[in-house]
Design a protein around this ligand. Sequence first.
Ligand SMILES: NC(=O)c1ccc[n+]([C@@H]2O[C@H](COP(=O)([O-])OP(=O)(O)OC[C@H]3O[C@@H](n4cnc5c(N)ncnc54)[C@H](O)[C@@H]3O)[C@@H](O)[C@H]2O)c1
Length: 401
Amino acid sequence: MSAKQVSILLVGIGGYGNTHVNELLHAYSDGDIHPVIAGVVDVHPEKSNHYQALQDLKVPFYTTMDHFYADNKADLAVISTPIQFHCEQTCLALANGSNVLCEKPIAATVQEVRRMMDARDRSGKFVAIGFDWSFTPQIQQLKQDVMSGVFGRPKRLKTIVLWRRTDSYFSSGWKGRKKSDQGEWILDSVAHNATSHYLHNMFYILGSKTDESLRLQSVEAELYRANPIENFDTCAVRVQGEGGVEALFYATHAVSHNFGPSFCYEFEKATITYTSGQNSNRIDAVFADGTVKGYDALKSSKLRTCIKAVASGDSSIPCGLEAAYAEVLCANGMLDSMPAIRTFPASMILRDEEVKFTWVEGLREALLDSYHRWALPSEAGFDWAAKGSQTELGNYRAYVG
Ligand SMILES: NC(=O)c1ccc[n+]([C@@H]2O[C@H](COP(=O)([O-])OP(=O)(O)OC[C@H]3O[C@@H](n4cnc5c(N)ncnc54)[C@H](O)[C@@H]3O)[C@@H](O)[C@H]2O)c1
């Protein structure tokens, strides 16, 4: 049987978009599926590492999606643009008959996510959200085991991610910003961009269906910044979810050495742990009697999943809008919990002028200490720390700032 051709529109081919281009150019020689790049939409395509290769293939380039769709169609639009464009571009792709793989996070605000859900329902197409872990067989197996009660009731979960980011990261024009110059919400932050995978994963594995996450009830957040940005580069968060489960999340870009992601999910009958770089990157579930169930290193291709879904007509996507919604809800609620982000005391903020990054003395230790104690830094007694208010998420309708 010959492979079914799937036409693909790439929206955003620089930055992370390079990964998708690279995969399309090199990873589909197995004859199983046959993706064809129908076009590229990017305002600065020449910045992509694959610009010349795409030119050589005579792929047409456009600066807007309207121009592409005026003369073309695509089975799948792959959107890897800054957060403020996700909603508009996803809705436009759906209205023009494309399925969508949109990069995480879904969008800046929950109200945009609802618009995207409506547009998807009108179109009959699917929208996948690029939380990579959710597309791995390992996380799917773990989620299946959680759903079928292998570990008993979830009690509490925690995750820590300490990832340094240099000045160049924040100079992209949208990273660390709350609003664009045109007034669109961006709400880019350490939690709602680079480390959002791991915030999402806590909610995702507790969802009662494959494409669902835990229902969130409230959030209290501590939000800080060391870098000269509008939004926060450091956070500690406590989320309450349905069934009395608690999720704690600690993340920062203001450290000099990376750590994590590392997590610990406590259930009635087992504790599930993972630390990047340890145990061959395996997730281990340790039961009360010492039995261990391991989930191997996480590998997947969300792009391949989406192309296969288009080719087969089976559009059951493991991580769509409903599944990824909880992360946006949490990120919006965090900002409502602590609208006035605290800048770390000047005496704690240090600079590395060689590599060009800002970091906070003692922050790595403080976040690890809080993580080990299942506490927020303010509860653990750090004098620079302060907690936001408890924000209800059960009936949360819109982030208005
Ligand atoms: N899954 C992952 O692991 C992962 C990793 C990094 C980034 N991302 C996500 O990818 C998205 C892009 O992030 P990035 O860091 O690559 O951003 P970036 O700014 O480095 O690149 C964005 C690309 O989009 C293009 N672009 C900007 N505005 C556009 C518009 N209006 N129309 C078309 N193209 C436009 C830019 O020219 C650039 O090529 C974000 O949602 C981010 O969270 C995902």
